[in-house]
Design a protein around this ligand. Structure first.
Ligand SMILES: NC(=O)c1ccc[n+]([C@@H]2O[C@H](COP(=O)([O-])OP(=O)(O)OC[C@H]3O[C@@H](n4cnc5c(N)ncnc54)[C@H](OP(=O)(O)O)[C@@H]3O)[C@@H](O)[C@H]2O)c1
Length: 331
C-alpha cells in the first residue's frame, strides 16, 4: 500500500537546536543498528520507520556496518526510501551514516584514513541510493592516523557535497576538543558528537559534555536504554526475541547481572510513581540536560517506539527524584 505520511506528524514532537548550528533535530531519533538488517523482517523495519516519521522523528541514524550482514541496514533503508519517501520527502529527513569500524578486508577497510572514509562514504551513498547524507561521522578515533587527516576527510566529504554536516562519535573529551578545533579551522564546523550515554554509562559527564556545551556542538547519546536493560524487557528473565537472546545481538546475557537487575527493579518503581515506563524515564532523564540535542533509540517493534515517544510527555524531575535515582545508580 502506498505510504501517505500523517498530516499531524509535526504536532507532538519537540525539536532541539543542534549546538550552535542552524539544524534542529527531533528530541527522539531512530537508529538502525539492530532490527533493520538482512537477518531481520523487512516489513517490520519498514513499519517502524513509517511510524517514526508519522510522529515527527525526522532523523534516522545509520553506519556502513549496520546489519548483519554489514551494509544491509543501509540497503534496506535505501529500499524503504525508494518505496515510501518519494517526492520531496527526502527534504524532511536527516539521514546520517558513519565509517570507522571494520567494513571490508585489507588495510583500507576500517579506522580513520582519508582513503577509508571517502571510499566508505561513496559506498554508503550507493547502498542507500542517495546523492548525499545529512551528517557523516567519523565513527571512532584512530590512534594511528593523524587527527588532521581524519578531520580533513570529513571536510572533503562535506565540501564535495556528499554530506551536509560533519560529526564525530566515541571521541573522548580531549580528542573531541582537538577534532572540533581542526574542523573549525577547515571551515566545516563539527555539528554533533555521538557518545554512548545512559543512566548506566556516564563517562560523558566527566568533561565531554562541558567541551560540547562550550563549543556549541550538539550531543546525541546512543544506546540511551543501555540496549534494552533500562526497560521492562529483562524484568522477568530473557525473552526469546530479545537482543540478549539473539546470536548477533550486541547485548550479552552476562551483562544482565543480579546487581544490575536490582537497580532496574528499583528504577522501575520510581518510573511507575512518575506514571512512566522505565524506558520513558531513562530517556527523559537524559533529555533534562539542555546540552542533549536528541536521544538515539533503537526499537524492535512499533509498540516500543510508541512507548518511547511518550517520554516527551514528562520531562520534569523534582530534586528529590533526581537524588533518589542517583542513590540507586551510585550504589
Ligand atoms: N556511534 C556508535 O558507536 C553507536 C553504537 C551503538 C549504537 N549506535 C546508534 O544508536 C542507536 C541506538 O542504539 P541501541 O539500539 O543500542 O539503543 P537502545 O535504545 O539503548 O536499545 C534498543 C533496544 O532496547 C529495547 N527497547 C527499546 N524500547 C523499548 C521499550 N519501550 N520497551 C522494551 N524494550 C525496549 C529493544 O530491545 P529488543 O531488541 O530486545 O526488543 C531495542 O532493540 C543505534 O541504532 C545506532 O544508530 C551508535
Amino acid at each position: 500500500m502506498n505510504y501517505m505520511p500523517s498530516v499531524l506528524r509535526y504536532n507532538n514532537m519537540k525539536y532541539n537546536r543542534c549546538g550552535n548550528s542552524g539544524l534542529q533535530l527531533p528530541a527522539v531519533s531512530l537508529g538502525l543498528w539492530h532490527n533493520f538488517g538482512g537477518v531481520d523482517v523487512f516489513e517490520n523495519g519498514r513499519k517502524i520507520i513509517r511510524q517514526a516519521f508519522d510522529n515527527g522523528i525526522t532523523h534516522i541514524d545509520l553506519a556502513n556496518n549496520y546489519g548483519p550482514p554489514p551494509g544491509s541496514a543501509e540497503e534496506n533503508f535505501g529500499t524503504i526510501l525508494k518505496k515510501d519517501f518519494t517526492g520531496s520527502l527526502r527534504d524532511e529527513l536527516i539521514i546520517s551514516s558513519k565509517a570507522g569500524y571494520l567494513m571490508w578486508p585489507g588495510p583500507y577497510g576500517e579506522w580513520g584514513s582519508r582513503k577509508y572514509l571517502i571510499a566508505s562514504a561513496d559506498q554508503s551513498l550507493k547502498r542507500m541510493g542517495l546523492d548525499y547524507v545529512d551528517i557523516f561521522y567519523s565513527h571512532r578515533p584512530d590512534p594511528n592516523t593523524p587527527l588532521e587527516e581524519t578531520m580533513g576527510a570529513l571536510d572533503t566529504i562535506v565540501k564535495s557535497g556528499k554530506a551536509l554536516y560533519a560529526g564525530i562519535s566515541n571521541y573522548q573529551a580531549s580528542e573531541a576538543k582537538k577534532a572540533i578545533e581542526i574542523l573549525k579551522s577547515l571551515g566545516t564546523p563539527c555539528l554533533i558528537h555521538q557518545p554512548k550515554y545512559s543512566m548506566f554509562e556516564r563517562w560523558v559527564e566527566n568533561g565531554l559534555l562541558d567541551v560540547l556545551g562550550e563549543s556549541g556542538v550538539g550531543c546525541i547519546p546512543f544506546s540511551p536504554l543501555a540496549q534494552g536493560l533500562l526497560t521492562d524487557r529483562y524484568l522477568k528473565g530473557i525473552p526469546k526475541d530479545s537482543r540478549a537472546a539473539k546470536a548477533h545481538g550486541f547485548l550479552q546475557t552476562n551483562e544482565i547481572t543480579p546487581e544490575k537487575l536490582d537497580k532496574i527493579i528499583k528504577l522501575n518503581a520510581i518510573a511507575s510513581r512518575r506514571n512512566q515506563s522505565l524506558s520513558q524515564m531513562a530517556l527523559s532523564w537524559l533529555l533534562k540536560d539542555k546540552r542533549i540535542t536528541s536521544v538515539l533509540i533503537g526499537v524492535s517493534s512499533v509498540e516500543q517506539l510508541d512507548n518511547n515517544l511518550a517520554a516527551l510527555n514528562n520531562l520534569d524531575y523534582s530534586s528529590d527524584e533526581l537524588a533518589e535515582i542517583e542513590t540507586i545508580l551510585k550504589n
